[in-house]
Design a protein around this ligand. Sequence first.
Ligand SMILES: [Zn+2]
Length: 227
Amino acid sequence: MAQADSLAEATANATWSRMLQGNRRFYTGKAEHPWQDKETRHMLTDGQNPDAAVLACADSRVPPEIIFDQGLGDLFTVRTAGQIIDDAVVASLEYAVNKLHVSLICVLGHARCGALETADRELDELMHSITANADDSLATADAIDDFDEQIANSDSIVMRQAGMSVWQAREAELECAEDFERVHVARTIEMLVDRSPAIQQALAEERLMIVGARYELESGKVEVLSF
Ligand SMILES: [Zn+2]
């Protein structure tokens, strides 16, 4: 995390406050839908200068521009099911940081995420098949010990990322979907930093802040996560 007096951190904090204010407008039914007029559209034809990048789930109920009540040119958004990361996601976020100079990346998970629900179900199925195939309780225990590896080697990227998040949350004795969603946001940030030397460098040079958040479908509120 940047020093309190760094300009980038002040900018990132101001941006994040603005986004949370926008979310408040949205969930209280007072959205302003800013910067969506013809003049703004014309003004932006020569280039973009977004304040933040958002990595969010592709779920149709979670569009960052709407839930943060932002307009054209405000947010650089990257969205995949379960905000899962691959090379294209990493490259897009690196572009936002190094070429567009955003000082903030928000990783946004959400309630009732289908990717996590699917991963949760598939974990149960995998566990069931392991215990059904094991000859005795010792073999079952061994197989469960190797479970991490089985998930890590799964053919499915959803399983490798969202499934691993659910599994690690369960290993930490967390049981509810809300906690799985929070753990998945934390792990997504870890994976993103881990996979991107450019983002590591931006963090080290204190020109980038990364925040985790979780969107509640019913209330419309964004929960700020601290890890
Ligand atoms: Zn989702």
